[in-house]
Design a protein around this ligand. Structure first.
Ligand code: SAH
Length: 257
C-alpha cells in the first residue's frame, strides 16, 4: 500500500495524537473565521448553552469563549486533547465558562432540546455532514443554531488526482449547493455559508504543521510509521496548493426550524 492510499486509521493512533496535540489547531480555520461565523448567530445570552463537537485542543473554542456569551462544553473523543483543552481554558481564565469533556459526537451526553448552539469545526466529517446535522438537531432548542465547517467541492468537475484523493479519504465530500440542500433537508434554515480563506489552511494549519513535523521526525529517528505519516501530511499540503481552486473548507450556519 502506498502512503497516498493510507487512511489516518492505518497509522499508530498514539503517534497521530502526539503530533496533532502539538498543534494549536487540528484542522484549517482561524479566529477571524470563527468570529465571522458567530456574527450570524442571534439571541445568545449569558444563559446560553453551547457545545463544540470534536473540539480538539480547543483553538476555536477559546475564541468562542472570548466572544460569545453563555457556557461552552467542548466534546472530544481524545482524553489527551481534553486535558490540553482544559489547561488552555484555565490559562486564559475561561475555566468557569469553557469546559472540555470526553465523549463522542455520535452519542451526545446532552439533554434533548437543551442547546442554543452547536459548533463544530473540521470534525463533522467523522460521522458525515448529513448524519451529524440530522442527529444533532434533536439536541437544539427551537430556533437554536448549528455552525460547522466541512470540506467541500467548489466546482462540479475537477482533475482526477484531487478527485481520487478525496474519494478515497472522504467520499461524502460534496458541493456547496448540495451541502446547503442537505442542511435544509435536515431541518434547518440555511442562514449563511462562506468559504474559509486560504490563510485558514496555510498560516493557521500547514505552516505551524511544518515545525511539528520536523519535531516528531527528530524525536523518532528511523521510525517508518512516523515517516510515512509525515509524508502523508506533506502530500495533503502539496495537493492543497496545487488544487485549492477546486475545494476548501466552508462554514455552514443554520437555524433549527
Ligand atoms: N475542532 C478542532 C479539531 C478538528 S480535528 C479544530 O478545528 O482544530 C477533528 C477532531 O475530532 C479531532 O480532535 C478528533 O479527535 C475528534 N473526533 C474524532 N471522532 C470523534 C467523535 N466520534 N466524537 C468526538 N470527537 C471526535
Amino acid at each position: 500500500m502506498s502512503n497516498e492510499n493510507k487512511t489516518i486509521f492505518d497509522f499508530d493512533f498514539s503517534l497521530i495524537y502526539e503530533y496533532f496535540a502539538s498543534l494549536e489547531r487540528q484542522g484549517p480555520g482561524s479566529p477571524e473565521a470563527t468570529i465571522k461565523a458567530l456574527s450570524f448567530i442571534d439571541n445568545l445570552t449569558d444563559q446560553s448553552q453551547i457545545a463544540d463537537l470534536g473540539c480538539g485542543t480547543g483553538g476555536q473554542t477559546m475564541v468562542l469563549g472570548q466572544h460569545a456569551p453563555g457556557h461552552i462544553t467542548g466534546l472530544e473523543l481524545s482524553y489527551d486533547f481534553v486535558d490540553i483543552f482544559n489547561r488552555n481554558a484555565a490559562q486564559l481564565g475561561l475555566q468557569d465558562k469553557v469546559k472540555g469533556i470526553t465523549g463522542s459526537m455520535d452519542d451526545l451526553p446532552f439533554e434533548k432540546e437543551s442547546l442554543d448552539l452547536i459548533w463544530s469545526e473540521g470534525a463533522i466529517y467523522n460521522i458525515g455532514f448529513e448524519r451529524g446535522l440530522t442527529e444533532w438537531r434533536e439536541y437544539l432548542r427551537k430556533d437554536g443554531y448549528v455552525a460547522v465547517t466541512e470540506a467541500t467541492w467548489f466546482t462540479e468537475e475537477r482533475p482526477a488526482e484531487i478527485n481520487d484523493f478525496w474519494m478515497f479519504h472522504y467520499p461524502l465530500i460534496d458541493t456547496i449547493p448540495a451541502c446547503v440542500a442537505k442542511m435544509q433537508k435536515a431541518g434547518y434554515i440555511p442562514v449563511a455559508t462562506f468559504i474559509l480563506p486560504e490563510n485558514c489552511w496555510i498560516e493557521h494549519y500547514f505552516v505551524p504543521a511544518v515545525k511539528a513535523q520536523e519535531k516528531i521526525l527528530a524525536k523518532y529517528p528511523g521510525n517508518k510509521g512516523v515517516e510515512e505519516f509525515i509524508e502523508a501530511q506533506r502530500h495533503e499540503a502539496a495537493l492543497y496548493s496545487k488544487y485549492k481552486e477546486f475545494y476548501g473548507y466552508v462554514f455552514y450556519i443554520g437555524k433549527k426550524i
